[in-house]
Design a protein around this ligand. Sequence first.
Ligand code: IPM
Ligand code: MN
Length: 369
Amino acid sequence: MNRYKIALLAGDGIGPELMQEAVKVLKAVEARHPDVAFDLKPALFGATAYFETGKSFPEETKQICDEADAILKGTIGLSYEESQKIPVDEQPERGALLPMRRRYNTFANFRPVYLPKALSYFSPLKEEVIGDGIDFVIIRELVGGLYFGEKQTGINEQGKRYVHEVLEYDEDQIRAIAKVAFETAQSRKKVLHSIHKSNVLKSSVLWNEIIGEVGQDYPDVEVKYILVDAAATYLCLNPGQFDVLVMENMFGDILSDQGGGILGSLGLMPSACVGPEKSYYEPSHGSAPDIAGKNVANPYSMIGSVALMLDMSFGMKQESKNLWQAMQAVFAAGYCTPDLAKGKDVKLIHTDAFGDRVVEELNKLPIND
Ligand code: IPM
Ligand code: MN
């Protein structure tokens, strides 16, 4: 019997309603695999945790996460006005999310940007630009760079307010993410784009140097160096040229949202945040407070995060593929939630019905893990 302990951090906004669908899917997977048991451990995280306990990443949650084999996280954050009720250092991003990334050293963030040809109507790009569909993966370094560098604010000698924020990487950090990227490229089309800004930033000069060094161990992978600003353009003009892209933290934050943009929605962007011992899985999008509680948010990125977890933490590769296929099948049958539909010719269904249909489609597929 394979027993997996999963910490469930539903979070804020649409997080809890998406988490319900993730749990529904996990139970369906469990039912299909008599030798697999998921031990689900809900815990408070984010603004919801702050209002209940005074901490956005409470000790009890840390303990549950420490003991878990993997962490499944919903969404966090509130509207700007609501966040103002929380002290700056306890606001969910600074008080919960970044500390979690640091605690488990989840340095490798995988953000698949995927849209099969049949669903290209979701994308704002023209059909001829999309070609056979969109399929690349952004690998973002997640625990270094500007996000975690030293920060200072104050008054300088001229009496002016100033800020000093450090972008720092050492070669080991770059080497670690480079290896992950090369291995991923090796398992796909063997082309790796290193995204950089080495015409201005010294950090990018070192980045590319290390990419080149690590690349010597992966002679079958072709490396292409592309400036981050040019990459932003080509993601719109010709996304088909990309397969695996690796980049530092801040570039990855920005380009992965652009990835969501070319798919048509961040609602189509699940992600995996992988550390040496523990990984957590989350939608790349925010908590959408404007539609929270309305049962209209699409659970694709949440259920996609479950699919990534099955594959990357539990080695259930085939069931993970089945889950992707099941989700695509629901869209292909013409169903969609209102948040993604935006005037398209689809059959509108709610969040929970979308989850039900994913389970239905999953159960049509053979169990061969
Ligand atoms: C993301 C998010 C986070 C980030 C925020 C919520 C701190 O935008 O995961 O991309 O900037 O990393
Ligand atoms: Mn982001």
